[in-house]
Design a protein around this ligand. Structure first.
Ligand SMILES: Cc1ncc(C[n+]2csc(CCOP(=O)(O)OP(=O)(O)O)c2C)c(N)n1
Ligand SMILES: [Mg+2]
Length: 661
């Protein structure tokens, strides 16, 4: 790429950015204008990708963690030849366009992840680099290298300030992810003004402390940047941070360097002056320099050849390694239904659903070879270790157990990156109460439809002695409030096995398995085909004699409680049906006749769940009741805390009796 090509591309990035933001009347011109040269180099020289085949598995990944600079990405994707027509750039930020305010995964090819919440993209990039290393180890042979790519990310001051970046960077340094290369857009500006207001640490030193290779340069010294990228690539054992001193809004004659360019249109006058200074024809909105078009039409050809070379290497590899090739298919194109021998849990056995979950996870680990994951330093408690599978570490890339450390936020975002990369089925795990520390990536996984599995244990006040800080009460409501997240709270070990199966089969979005710390007795299921009906979200665990007079809708540990309460009523309990609602969202989406048959309109309803009632009001209906917990828990033995909060067989029984009148 000659200097004039770089200039033509950078000029076009600035031209499209200014006009798109101006036309939309909103957006962030500063970042793309400041990073235009780096963008030109990335898409012009550095990235090994193929715009004609955006799903090429061995492409380099590029993540724009500073997602507010979305126009940088859109301009470059358009120029590089991705299916993102100029018309889309002209409708930047408009309803239904592919050019949303912040990049949205799958909105257009070439957008590798949804970014905008600062720091998430950085951590996603770490996850992508983890995936690359895992897959390279599994599939490359001494003769053929079929997985070998880099992950690049641009982060701004905001990303660098966010804790999630720190968590993920620390993990990446520990793991020695040499193929991860981060650029830091070091423009010393964020929204409120100079970063001196709040951010005066030495980022470079911090990253050196994380075991990163750190170097520094000028964002407009293009040769220097390419040299530093080569140095970074040569660093096999450490991720690299290339810190580039830059000017926000570069090219805007009076506003460059000011926070005013961060997140508002430059204004007609400033745009006109900028265009004049840059040599952009003032009478041609959305001007594209012909040199940029010419350059990328050449470049596309080269990249297509690169891809063809990879494809022939892949064919040669597949021919020589038929078994590995079969494995590859299992990783990248898994069959729909999984055949697995699930552990049996006899009725009457007392087993915590977390313990059952651990057994089931291990059964699935045998059947689903790309199932990988781990916990935020809680694996002994969440029971999420895959036996005999080793730890994923810098010197053991074949390990399947991730040791995320005490970094829930980073764990969630890194797991998203692993899922985004493709080829892996990642899970991660912590105590349910600490989902508070990982809501942002859970939300993004749901928004992106990533097939991530969460194992959240210690799901209620039954945690006991650890006290209210460790006892989730509002968390089921909070998780169920996330659109697209499937929340499963099984009532016993058998249901846990089914819940895991549902999680594995759900490839449209994330699934949260909410499991108990305490032991629960496996109960007989009145509905013989419960393994099928429960997939609709709920089924009859205990049946009434004749038409039910009352339906007790319970989840998780409260199902057996409700069954016991009904049994304790003797003959008076004959009219009590107990429904295990393993997944409220699925039940609400189930066919109406199924919903009505399970919860008939003639019966009274009692909802029992050891958490806040928020969201259950409709299910209880008029004249119904909800046994819930509308406060924080207490520290004490689980049984004492439960009794204190009214979760006993007796109290459930009383509620039922008072409803029956
Ligand atoms: C988690 C999160 N918090 C806050 C914001 C709002 N926000 C968007 S950009 C920005 C400032 C970012 O500064 P920097 O990364 O330096 O970007 P620059 O101004 O240099 O373009 C903030 C606070 C956000 N997008 N995400
Ligand atoms: Mg900045």
């Amino acid at each position: 790429m000659e200097n004039r090509d770089i200039e033509a591309v950078a000029l076009t990035v600035r031209s499209l950015t200014m006009d798109a933001v101006e036309k939309a009347g909103s957006g962030h011109p500063g970042m793309p204008m400041g990073m235009a040269e780096l963008g030109a180099l990335l898409y012009g020289v550095v990235l090994r990708h193929n715009p004609a085949e955006p799903d090429w598995i061995d492409r380099d990944r590029f993540v724009l963690s500073a997602g507010h600079g979305s126009m940088l990405l859109y301009a470059l994707l358009h120029l590089a030849g991705y299916d993102l027509p100029l018309e889309e750039i002209k409708s930047f930020r408009q309803l239904g366009s592919k050019t949303a305010g912040h990049p949205e995964y799958r909105a257009a090819p070439g957008i590798e992840t949804t970014t905008g919440p600062l720091g998430q993209g950085f951590a996603n990039a770490v996850g992508m680099a983890v995936a690359e290393r895992m897959l390279a180890h599994r599939f490359n042979t001494p003769e053929h290298t079929i997985i070998d790519h880099h992950t690049y990310v641009i982060s701004g001051d905001g990303c660098m300030m966010e804790g999630v970046t720190a968590e993920a960077a620390s993990l990446a340094g520990h793991l020695g992810l040499g193929k991860l290369i981060a650029f830091y857009d070091d423009n010393s500006i964020s929204i409120e003004g100079s970063t001196d207001l709040a951010f005066t640490e030495d980022v470079g030193k911090r990253f050196e402390g994380y075991n990163w290779h750190v170097c520094r340069g000028d964002a407009y010294d293009t040769e220097g940047i390419l040299r530093r990228v080569e140095q970074a690539k040569a660093e096999a054992d450490r991720p690299s941070l290339i810190r580039l001193t830059s000017t926000i809004g570069r090219g805007a004659p009076s506003k460059a360097g000011s926070h005013e360019t961060h997140g508002a249109p430059l204004g007609e006058e400033e745009v006109a002056a900028a265009k004049k200074a840059l040599g952009i024809p003032g009478d041609q909105p959305f001007y594209i320099h012909p040199g940029a078009v010419e350059f990328f039409s050449r470049r596309r050809g080269e990249l297509e050849k690169e891809h063809v070379r990879w494809e022939s290497a892949f064919s040669a590899w597949a021919g020589k390694n038929p078994e590995l090739h079969q494995q590859w298919k299992a990783f990248f194109a898994p069959a729909g239904r999984v055949d697995v021998e699930l552990p049996a849990f006899p009725v009457g056995e007392k087993v915590a659903t977390r313990a059952a979950g651990g057994k089931v996870l291990n059964a699935f680990a045998k059947a689903v070879p790309n199932l990988v994951g781990g916990a935020a330093d809680l694996a002994p408690s969440t029971k999420t270790l895959i036996a005999d599978a080793g730890d994923f570490q810098r010197d053991n890339p074949g390990g399947r157990n991730m040791r995320f450390g005490v970094r829930e936020h980073g764990m969630g975002a890194v797991t998203n990156g692993m899922a985004l990369h493709g080829g892996l089925r990642p899970f991660c795990s912590t105590f349910f109460v600490f989902t508070d520390y990982m809501r942002p990536p859970v939300r993004l996984a749901s928004m992106m439809g990533l097939a991530v599995i969460y194992v959240f244990t210690h799901d209620s006040i039954y945690v006991g002695e650890d006290g209210p800080t460790h006892e989730p009460v509002e968390h089921l409501a909070a998780m169920r409030a996330v659109p697209g997240l499937t929340v499963l709270r099984p009532g016993d070990a058998e249901e846990t096995a089914l819940a895991w199966l549902m999680a594995i089969e759900n490839t449209d979005g994330p699934t949260a398995l909410v499991l108990t710390r305490q032991k629960l007795e496996v109960y007989p299921k009145a509905d013989e085909s419960w393994r099928e009906t429960a997939r609709l979200g709920a089924y009859t665990a205990r049946e009434a004699e004749g038409n039910p007079r009352i339906v007790v809708i319970a989840t998780g540990s409260e199902v057996s409680l409700a069954v016991k309460a009904a049994e304790a009523m003797g003959a008076a309990g004959a009219g009590v049906r107990v429904v295990s609602m393993i997944c409220r969202e699925r039940f609400l989406a189930a066919p109406e006749d199924y919903r009505r048959s399970l919860v008939p309109s003639g019966a009274k309803r009692l909802v029992v769940e050891a958490g806040v009632s928020l969201g259950w009001e409709g299910m209880a209906g008029e004249g119904g009741d909800i046994l819930s917990i509308e406060r924080f828990g207490e520290s004490g033995p689980a049984a004492a805390v439960a009794e204190h909060l009214g979760f006993t067989v007796e109290s459930v029984r009383k509620r039922i009796e008072s409803l029956l009148g």
